[in-house]
Design a protein around this ligand. Structure first.
Ligand code: NAD
Length: 308
């Protein structure tokens, strides 16, 4: 199979690209390297530096491609509140541009990496794909708009589309930017450094943490599975974990009793979020394999950022 992965130099894109290349597929990556790390890509992966809004570049890259995995996006919720215009331009504009180029190049299938963030606050948990989305941040709005464009344009132009709503992915290779870092690598870094773990809110808010290789497996399956056209599918662990519980688990993994500093809650944060993954099992044969304890151990052992 010939595939293009947009955002393929990023946290989720690199293991997807490397795995597909290892399986003998022809893998191209388009990434503007605004985040991501080209050095983690296998040498069999062909990287082109560029923007998903550059339609002529997409025409060239899409020649002969069977499936596009669209991962390129700006991904920080707090940053999206500061820069909604930029988030809309990249996450929505980039998706529309990609879909038009996909139509022109007659690519068969597009898999979109969307987000569990589209749900917002939901009374019923675990949240199923039938829940009415209630996006509460520009990031979440942009992901939902991207979904809607992919579904509508795919239906209009006869392109197969699959939407994966990924919950909180973590694992080796997840960057720790100085501002707004994702919670797991941030906690691991803080615990290893002997500092306080900063919890926003009272720590009783829950999330669904899913290991990176489980997500990669789901993405891979979405590229080839039958009977998934226009499906919207949750990808999570299906396990609800509070941030206070996460603190304890990080302490166990690192081998310390972390000191916790409670700070004011982040805007746009929801009180509970856990995925109903029954549809993923049914449509993609998806079974999350790596528990949070095991995933934290692997992250510490395999991610050079933690120097273990
Ligand atoms: P990431 O930031 O590591 O990867 C995104 C990649 O896209 C980066 O390499 C970046 O350089 C690239 N990029 C950004 N703007 C671009 C543009 N205009 N043109 C080309 N490339 C561009 O993030 P990630 O965690 O790997 O996320 C990948 C996708 O999965 C995103 O669409 C994100 O919304 C979605 N997602 C991720 C998670 C998670 O927990 N990591 C959860 C839900 C959804």
């Amino acid at each position: 199979m010939h595939v293009l992965i947009t955002g393929g130099a990023g946290f989720l894109g690199v293991p997807l690209a490397n795995q597909l290349a290892a399986l003998g597929h022809h893998v191209r990556v388009l990434d503007d390297l605004s985040a991501g790390d080209r050095d983690r890509l296998d040498r069999r992966v062909a990287l082109t530096r560029g923007d998903t809004r550059d339609i002529p570049k997409l025409w060239t890259l899409l020649r002969g491609v069977d499936c596009v995995y669209h991962l390129a996006a700006r991904v920080s919720v707090p940053e999206s509140i500061l820069y909604p215009v930029e988030y809309n331009a990249v996450n929505v504009g980039g998706t529309v541009a990609l879909m038009t180029a996909v139509r022109d190049a007659q690519v068969k299938r597009v898999v979109l990496a969307s987000s569990g963030a589209v749900y917002g606050e939901q009374a019923v948990q675990p949240v199923s794909e039938d829940a009415v989305p209630h996006p509460q941040t520009p990031y979440a709005v942009s992901k939902l708009a991207a979904e809607q464009y992919v579904l509508a344009l795919g239906a209009l132009w006869g392109i197969e589309t699959v939407i994966l709503r990924i919950f909180n992915a973590y694992g080796p290779g997840q960057p720790i930017p100085p501002a707004h870092a994702p919670v797991i690598p941030q906690f691991l870094k803080q615990a290893l450094g002997g500092g306080s773990l900063v919890v926003y809110g009272n720590g009783e808010q829950t999330r669904d943490f899913v290991y990176v290789l489980d997500v990669v497996e789901a993405l891979q399956a979405a590229g080839t599975a039958a009977g998934v056209d226009r499906a919207v599918i949750n990808i999570g662990s299906g396990t609800e974990v509070s941030i206070n519980e996460l603190v304890r688990k990080v302490g166990e993994a690192v081998g310390c009793t972390p000191h916790v500093l409670y700070s004011s809650a982040e805007s746009g944060g929801v009180s509970r979020l856990v995925a109903d993954v029954r549809k993923a099992r049914e449509k993609l044969g998806f079974r999350p394999r790596i528990s949070l304890d095991e995933g934290l151990r692997r992250t510490l052992a395999e991610d050079p950022q933690f120097g273990r």
